[in-house]
Design a protein around this ligand. Structure first.
Ligand SMILES: [Fe+2]
Ligand SMILES: [Fe+2]
Length: 332
């Protein structure tokens, strides 16, 4: 998913984490690493946890179209424009797969969108940062989609079948996104001094927010333990963050760009790259609605939804017509 904010204060489980753990069949299936399918019995809390996570993921995909949509009209060449449009369209598709996966749990898509539009559902805070230059398209693809891949690959093994299967295709597309971002930065980094500086500036601004996409540290993430017991989550926030750092540092070196962390160092004893302390107060501020673009993103989303009403009306009218024609035998 695009960032796990499961440890934020407003989303902490309100009831005992061990209550409602499901019947013996459910637990046996989970323990045998089987897949739970839509018609299977499942504990209410398992269902609610999945709806919340899949919806947050779906919302993040469609809100995530906005920062990059901002640059489609200003891409530096026709080829770059075509690639960026394909990438942004992929994100719309990811939203669709995920809303469809959430609907298999008995919720309605319009209800989920309503919760997003009224602020009762969250989306990843990374999309509340502005995209100031073309190099931001590179930094988002390389770092934000890169972090998304690290978060999402384990979800292909999630215990809930429809979510796991949706994630297989999404991950393939995310890996294209990550490479196109790397390629944009590689071109800029090896271009003129001004282009190199633009690439470095984008990396400086996106590095720390991308580390925060993995959510709060493990000791401040109360949802994680149960999600792991239920096979929804496979690795902790800190494990995934470490995996991302280890993957990304050599790529930064290949790009000829610096990561903005003077304490970043390779630890010979553990074989991992160690970062400086992450300032999570900023993450919580952005989650609380005080990020640079929160209000603009939500206003744009609500406006797009209102402007799309005629499309939903037309689709519903077509479905009704098809249904009544089928009922009267006019359509095979
Ligand atoms: Fe995506
Ligand atoms: Fe993506």
């Amino acid at each position: 998913m695009y960032g796990d904010h499961s440890g934020t204060p407003e989303q902490v489980w309100s009831h005992d984490a061990y209550a409602d753990d499901g019947d013996a069949d459910f637990l046996a299936l989970i323990q045998a690493d089987g897949r739970v399918e839509p018609r299977d019995a499942m504990p209410n809390a398992y269902r609610a946890s999945l709806v919340r996570q899949i919806a947050q993921h779906a919302h993040s995909e469609i809100i995530g179209m906005q920062p990059e949509g901002n640059w489609i009209s200003r891409a530096p060449s026709l080829k770059r424009k075509a690639i960026l449009m394909a990438k942004v369209q992929d994100e719309a598709g990811h939203g669709l797969y995920l809303y469809a996966a959430a609907e298999t749990l008995g919720v309605d898509r319009s209800e989920l969108l309503d919760k997003l539009h009224t602020g009762r559902h969250k989306y990843s805070s990374i999309f509340n940062y502005p995209t100031l230059t073309w190099a931001d398209m590179g930094a988002i693809g390389w770092l934000v989609d890169g972090a998304a891949i690290v978060n999402q690959v384990p979800i292909t093994r999630c215990s809930y079948g429809p979510y796991a299967r949706a994630m297989v295709r999404i991950c393939k597309e995310e890996s294209f996104h990550q490479r196109q971002g790397f390629e944009i930065l590689h071109t800029l980094s090896n271009g003129s001094p001004a282009q190199h500086a633009m690439a470095q500036d984008a990396v400086d601004r996106w590095w720390w927010p991308s580390l925060m996409m993995f959510g709060p540290p493990d000791d401040a993430s109360p949802n994680s333990e149960r999600s792991m017991r239920w096979g929804i989550k496979r690795f902790s926030n800190d494990e995934l963050r470490q995996r991302f750092v280890d993957m990304t540092v050599p790529q930064a070196q290949a790009l000829g760009l610096t990561l903005p962390d003077p304490e970043l160092a390779y630890d010979d004893t553990t074989g991992h790259w160690r970062t400086g302390a992450i300032d999570f107060t900023e993450l919580f501020e952005v989650i609380a609605g005080n990020g640079p673009c929160n209000a603009a993103r939500m206003a744009h989303r609500r406006g797009a939804h209102e402007r799309g009403q005629w499309v939903r009306d037309a689709a519903a009218a077509y479905a009704d017509k098809h249904r009544s024609a089928t009922a009267t035998g006019a359509v095979a």
